[in-house]
Design a binder for this molecule. Sequence first.
Ligand SMILES: Cc1cc2nc3c(=O)[nH]c(=O)nc-3n(C[C@H](O)[C@H](O)[C@H](O)COP(=O)(O)OP(=O)(O)OC[C@H]3O[C@@H](n4cnc5c(N)ncnc54)[C@H](O)[C@@H]3O)c2cc1C
Ligand code: FES
Length: 300
Amino acid sequence: MSRYELISQLVTQQTSPYQILAKQQLSPQIKKIQVHAPEIANKAKAGQFVILRVDQEGERIPLTLVTWNNKTGTITLIFQEVGLSTKKLGSLQVQDAIMNLAGPLGTPSHIKNYGLAAVVCGGVGIAAAYPIAKALKEAGNTVVSIVGARSEGLLLLEEEMKQVSDELYISTDDGSKGHKGFVSDVLRCLIGRNYQFDIVYAIGPPLMMRTTSEVTRPYGIKTIASLNPIMVDGMGMCGACRVSVGGKTKFACIDGPEFDAHSTDFNELIRRLKIYPSEERLSLDFHEKAQGGICRCRQH
Ligand SMILES: Cc1cc2nc3c(=O)[nH]c(=O)nc-3n(C[C@H](O)[C@H](O)[C@H](O)COP(=O)(O)OP(=O)(O)OC[C@H]3O[C@@H](n4cnc5c(N)ncnc54)[C@H](O)[C@@H]3O)c2cc1C
Ligand code: FES
């Protein structure tokens, strides 16, 4: 081992307190990890996130804080393996450490007693919605949660969402559980049945958030979306997370990630999320070739 490698290994060891204490596979591509991060657990609030780097060559990726416990000094993250960094994170095992973890980042959700609150969420967005539903419930709201996924096997945190909701509705695209269709259909139906929502939170894929905001727009129901643009520094300096809200440029990492959904330019968000598909594919292919296939190098 060269002197440089030895020094960088020692530095990595000293700056790697973010040990994985538990790991669980929630669905074929979605994993949950519990990480030792006392400073973050101590300050976290609903709606905030962390930015982490798995290893020395790793890119910085944002993940929402799902739960935190300041007594045990732990945080929980739930992530879908969509590309190189999330696959690398998923290949870490209990007792491995994440190299860097910065947080809590972002402006916390504005939680108060609104009255009747709907939490509309889909896919891995359910994980990001859970702490918000929980905080809304604790603030005295009547919480109606609408959770959706492509099929039953991909539904996350059903039991947890039930515990923090007064009413829970499920929808799946293929009809394998609950309503067959989209979460926005269920919301439309409830509004049609005279549910007078004081606030709607929409958290999930940008298309789902856009559709949900179109359901509430004619009724003037205050609707908040949690935006998920590409982020790099998470500190308002690099500009990667630029979004347009009400015709103004905002940085989702510091001004958000939550914004008024009716004023958000979702088309721009969707376009900007697709800026680097060939680079993302290339880096994943390159890494998998170098590893001889990432899924074969470790047991899940
Ligand atoms: C505030 C915030 C909170 C997030 N919380 C979670 C979470 O709790 N769980 C979770 O699974 N994901 C979350 N995401 C998305 C997650 O950060 C990305 O999936 C991840 O950065 C992808 O990195 P990758 O290298 O694995 O994939 P890449 O190869 O970089 O990208 C693969 C695909 O993911 C999309 N993508 C890339 N970066 C982002 C990004 N920052 N946000 C959304 N899509 C992206 C690309 O458009 C591409 O289609 C969050 C994003 C933000 C901005
Ligand atoms: S991530 Fe760099 S400005 Fe927001």
